[in-house]
Design a protein around this ligand. Structure first.
Ligand SMILES: Nc1nc2c(ncn2[C@@H]2O[C@H](COP(=O)(O)OP(=O)(O)OP(=O)(O)O)[C@@H](O)[C@H]2O)c(=O)[nH]1
Ligand SMILES: [Mg+2]
Length: 445
């Protein structure tokens, strides 16, 4: 029997009727991996959860500590042999690599194991494809998948020509077919891009309608509790699941706060370490909700053993999508699940992070303070102004009541003197209405 250095950590025994595809995870544990910095962190916990979400059962793990991936085979030769033995022993149908890999690396692992190889990027895209509900999300995932596979068509073709018995050389008809395929894929990509551009145009009209409202976006690592928070704050009936990437569409709800303008709260797609670039690019429009927000609420799962790594990876993704300068609150969630030994670290994080809060979105603990702070911020953002409106234009005065918080209103001989607080967009709108009526600039202040 071959040497048994395989890791089979904490993998639950399958039920007898478990018909899911069986996979072995291959992982190069490299600098920066949370498990190297934190004791007790399982380096394959996340990829196992991703596999599980994609409907695959992880039956075994082969890992190797490395400084960088092997350029040809991702891990070393010996490890690859170990992988083959374990995969055979477990009757695996699939190898999952916990990193994005090059087409060459994929091909080499496939040839050694004679099994299908899926890398982390493909797995995440597969989950997105399963969870996509809206037309836009479906097209966005399809685009990301096509773009990813575009670079990999060669790999598929060398594979096929080998299956045909080797008679077809890599430069034979396969090459022509490959070119045809490339053209088909390119055409599909441009069709998808056009369709998405149309959807985006419609969305922009929607966005225009929301100008003048205060917009808040919930962002964070996948499964941190963003949708639960949206539900807690607005009562929205949104999908909440203990799974990764449940939310792929932005849903925006009116948040009924006591301010004289609309406050909109949006749920957004979650982030994860090594989120494929293609997905971020194709979800550009969905992520616009975060980019255009006046305030971000960064939801953090405070019970996560890799909390700081999660937060850092969210910050990096926010920078990638152009949100690094947005004002934000950091909300540490799932307080009810935080263990005693995690509390001190949480205290430190709270002290370090400006504008941070601890809540349990499911139980409602700590939510009041978040609401209070949001109210303060919305007030800070208000601008005030004083105006004089002739008595003959009391319709304008009434309009102002519907647009702003009127602090003072006096009916004097020379007209109605009004002072009001606006959110920034509204003030400009109101003043241009006055201008049209020939009453501005002629403010009493
Ligand atoms: N114990 C506990 N569980 C929570 C809390 N908040 C959310 N959860 C659970 O965490 C899981 C994920 O919650 P979601 O609200 O779906 O998380 P999300 O951030 O929207 O996740 P994705 O959309 O998948 O990225 C669900 O099972 C929730 O019930 C909390 O305060 N305490
Ligand atoms: Mg969600």
């Amino acid at each position: 029997m071959a040497k048994q250095s395989f890791d089979l950590p904490l993998l639950a025994k399958p039920a007898d009727d478990d018909r899911r595809e069986v996979a072995v995870v291959l992982k190069a544990v490299m600098p920066g991996d949370p498990s190297l910095h934190l004791g007790g962190v399982d380096p394959v916990a996340e990829i196992t959860a991703l596999a599980d979400t994609a409907g695959v059962r992880v039956a075994g793990v082969v890992k190797q500590k490395r400084n960088r991936p092997h350029p040809g085979t991702y891990v070393g030769k010996g490890k690859l042999e170990e992988l083959c033995e374990l995969a055979t022993q477990l009757e695996a149908q699939l190898i999952i690599v916990d990193d994005p890999i090059s087409p060459g690396q994929g091909r080499n692992i496939e040839e050694s194991t004679e099994l299908r190889v899926v890398d982390r990027a493909e797995l995440i895209m597969d989950i997105f494809a399963r969870n996509a509900r809206s037309h836009q999300a479906i097209l966005q995932v399809e685009l990301a998948q096509l773009q990813y596979s575009q670079s990999r068509l060669t790999r598929m073709w060398t594979h096929l020509s080998r299956m045909e018995g080797g008679a077809v050389g890599t430069r034979g008809p396969g090459e022509t077919q490959l070119e045809t395929d490339r053209r088909i894929v390119s055409r599909k990509i441009s069709i998808l891009k056009k369709r998405l551009a149309n959807i985006e145009k419609q969305a922009q009209t929607q966005h225009k309608l929301r100008e003048g409202s205060f917009r808040i976006a919930l962002v964070g690592y996948t499964n941190a509790g963003k949708s639960t928070m949206l539900k807690r704050l607005t009562g929205a009936d949104v999908l909440i699941e203990d799974r990764l990437f449940s939310t792929l569409d932005t849903s925006t709800r009116n948040w009924d706060l006591d301010v004289p303008f609309d406050v909109l709260l949006s749920d957004t797609v979650g982030f994860i370490r090594k989120l494929p670039h293609g997905l971020v690019a194709s979800f550009h429009a969905t992520l616009m909700e975060a980019r255009e927000a006046d305030l971000l609420i960064h939801m953090v799962d405070a019970s996560s053993p890799t909390i700081e790594f999660d937060m850092e990876s969210v910050e990096r993704t926010l920078t990638r999508i152009g949100c690094d300068e947005h004002p934000r609150l950091v909300v540490f969630n799932k307080l009810d699940r935080v263990r005693e030994d995690q509390r001190i670290d949480l205290q430190h994080l709270l002290a370090e992070q400006e504008d941070s809060f601890v809540v349990s979105a499911t139980e409602g603990t700590g939510i009041d303070l978040v609401v209070e702070r949001v109210l303060e911020i919305t007030h800070e953002r208000q601008e005030s102004g004083s105006y004089k409106v002739p008595h003959s234009r009391s319709d304008l005065a009434a309009k102002l009541h519907s647009m702003a918080a009127v602090d003072q209103e006096e009916f004097l001989d020379d007209g109605i003197h009004i002072s009001a607080r606006f959110d920034p967009g509204q003030k400009a709108r109101w003043e241009s209405m006055l201008k049209k009526a020939g009453l501005f600039p002629a403010a009493t202040d």
